[in-house]
Design a protein around this ligand. Structure first.
Ligand code: ZN
Length: 357
């Protein structure tokens, strides 16, 4: 590895294309919804609290002429593939279609969004892969979207936000998990909210920094829900990828969860082994942001506490700027561990990435 290509051959499991405006999606809507964009004055669904011009949102040299980042393929091609030497990058498009309340409308715009990803991105750059954005407002329509996209093997997983309508473990959502499992697609749970309720358990925060940092609470709640309801007993082939969740909270959470499971397991007899074991078999986390100090010894101890070197997946979160310079991987990692994070673990998590290997 050298400075010119710090992640040569890597599979980047979380990068973010941005929809420039609602007109980009209009060609992929049916005639009724095309008309509704005009008649209803639909301007788009991007979260209004997200600050696109803040330093966290993109490094200055990754921005386009309009100050925004991630709106076209070329910068991805240049940064991820030419400069960093990545092999694949997985597009997780966060466009706020999750905030729509009308189930039919949510499904229509999500279908258009996935079609736009296929045509404007995947057809343009063969090294890109993508997540199927799922209209979780209706499990029935989410399964339809999975069935529609699954033949296109450039789509490698389903994508939901960590905060939606209700806890993800509920049986309401199980048809979605069965469909994902059937097609060899992991479920990616990414930072973000449909804003159905406050993003913290104690009420609404006042600032974006609180909103962003507090997302970890939701990841803990969703992991507890998925495990307690028995999703992984129902779908033994399902993998869940926690994206942009941070990492360091997990060991302490699992210790507490597994300890209390031993005392309360009579409530959930279908959970037949400690949560920490279930996580090791079914759950993966993307690397950025790595919420740890730079001290290599601390990073090593955290990886040690995770109890496995198979849990983490390399990601840059490009064009969001979660790390210094090009340092998306901690320096202290051994060459063997870097290879696991960048290549082996993603290939083991996403069966479809092996198609053309
Ligand atoms: Zn992300």
């Amino acid at each position: 590895m050298n400075n010119a290509a710090p992640f040569a051959g890597a599979i980047d499991c979380d990068v973010h294309p941005a929809v420039p405006d609602i007109q980009s999606l209009v060609p992929y809507l049916d005639a009724y919804w095309q008309e509704m964009v005009d008649v209803r004055g639909i301007e788009g669904f991007e979260s209004r609290n997200y600050p696109p011009l803040s330093p966290l949102s993109a490094r200055p040299d990754w921005r386009g002429a309009n100050g925004r980042a991630g709106e076209s393929v070329e910068p991805f091609r240049q940064q991820l593939f030419a400069e960093w030497g990545e092999r694949h990058a997985i597009l997780n498009c966060l466009y706020g279609v999750q905030i729509i309340h009308d189930e039919a409308m949510a499904a229509a715009f999500t279908k258009a969004l996935n079609e736009w990803i296929a045509k404007a991105w995947l057809d343009t750059e063969p090294r890109l892969r993508a997540s199927i954005v799922l209209p979780m407002q209706s499990p029935e329509l989410a399964v339809e979207e999975i069935e529609r996209r699954s033949a296109d093997r450039r789509f490698v997983q389903g994508l939901v936000l960590v905060m939606g309508d209700m806890p993800l473990g509920k049986r309401h959502y199980w048809p979605i998990y069965r469909a994902l499992e059937r097609h060899g697609l992991p479920l990616a749970v990414h930072t973000g909210s449909a804003y159905r309720r406050a993003v913290t358990a104690v009420g609404w925060p006042s600032t974006y920094v609180e909103d962003y940092v507090d997302q970890t609470q939701a990841f803990q709640a969703q992991l507890g829900s998925l495990i307690s309801h028995g999703v992984f007993q129902e779908c033994p082939g399902l993998k869940v990828v926690l994206s942009e969740s941070g990492v360091t909270w997990l060991p302490a959470f699992l210790w507490r969860f597994s300890k209390n499971w031993r005392g309360l397991r009579m409530e959930i007899p279908w959970v037949d082994r400690p949560p920490e074991e279930i996580v090791r078999d079914h759950v993966r986390l993307t690397l950025q942001p790595l919420d740890a100090p730079e001290d290599p010894r601390t990073v090593d101890r955290i990886l040690d506490h995770l109890g496995s070197d198979e849990l983490l997946l390399f990601s840059t979160d490009y064009p969001h700027w979660q790390f210094d310079g090009d340092g998306a991987l901690p320096d202290s990692l051994s060459a063997g561990l870097k290879r696991k994070l960048m290549v082996d673990n993603p290939l083991a998590t996403y069966p479809r990435l092996g198609d053309r290997a």
